[in-house]
Design a binder for this molecule. Structure first.
Ligand SMILES: C[S@@+](CC[C@H](N)C(=O)[O-])C[C@H]1O[C@@H](n2cnc3c(N)ncnc32)[C@H](O)[C@@H]1O
Length: 235
């Protein structure tokens, strides 16, 4: 077991939404419309995840992606810092007969992958939890978990708008995306994301990915506040 220095980031103190709360977990599973079984199965197909592949999902949440990857024959390590998220994900996996999933209570900065190097590492809507210095540490740890030529897929709230347009861009994002209470993420949720979490600019993330040893093979900015990267670990 690695012994981390005293100055190491304490990722057990979660920023933003408190997923240690059971009510938050159920609400999250309802509201996370970007992570339906159909959308996650489409991602599994797009990435080419199939029988015998090793897949690590970091910040796996309620497990929708991990379950779809396992149902497609992969061996999945679902990693999350939140015990409640993992318990919810485990019970969903049992109900759906997704047996090849190991659940680990750990995080980007503490998970130790002791099995075979992975074919795929996935992280969606989670890396923003870390400040930039620690994102870089996390990306280097991810590269070390992958086989040479292995795939890293990252999707998150990442800003591609010009920096000087930050006020209008953030206001427009919240105005366009917020839903009334009970129907999805509210304006308050978005405000808390910006205020307390660590979403950053695309050019910072892209510099980090390259320096961590990845080649970025596909980039897309579906909106000025979301980005998606498909990367290959360089040999
Ligand atoms: C917004 S959710 C995203 C869940 C899932 N990936 C999805 O696409 O729906 C973020 C998840 O990251 C987890 N998390 C928070 N801090 C973490 C850390 N340091 N390492 C790994 N996961 C963390 C939270 O518990 C939560 O389950």
């Amino acid at each position: 077991m690695t012994c981390f220095p005293r100055w190491y980031f304490d990722e057990w103190k979660m920023a933003g939404v408190d997923f240690e709360d059971t009510a938050q977990v159920a609400a999250f599973d309802r509201n996370q419309l970007s992570s339906t079984p159909e959308k996650e199965q489409a991602l599994v197909q797009r990435l080419g995840i199939s029988s015998g592949h090793t897949v690590i999902d970091l910040g796996a949440g309620t497990g929708t992606f991990a379950i779809q990857a396992a149902l497609n024959g992969a061996f999945v390590d679902a990693v999350d810092i939140s015990q409640n998220m993992l318990a919810y994900a485990r019970s969903k996996a049992q109900k759906l007969g997704a047996v090849n999933i190991k659940f680990h209570q750990a995080g980007f900065l503490t998970y130790e992958h002791n099995d075979n190097l992975a074919d795929f590492v996935i992280t969606k809507a989670a890396l923003h939890i870390l400040p930039d210095f620690w994102k870089m540490v996390a990306l280097m740890r991810i590269a070390a978990m992958l086989k040479p030529g292995g795939i890293f897929y990252l999707r998150d709230v990442i800003f591609s708008f010009p920096a000087h347009e930050y006020q209008t861009s953030i206001n427009n994002w919240i105005e366009d995306s917020a839903k009334p209470e009970g129907e999805g993420w509210t304006a308050k949720d978005f405000e808390m994301h910006v205020q307390e979490e660590y979403s950053t600019f695309a050019w910072i993330i892209e510099g980090m990915l390259t320096r961590a040893g990845f080649e970025i093979t596909e980039v897309s900015y579906p909106t000025p506040t979301f980005a998606e990267y498909l990367c290959v670990k360089k040999s």
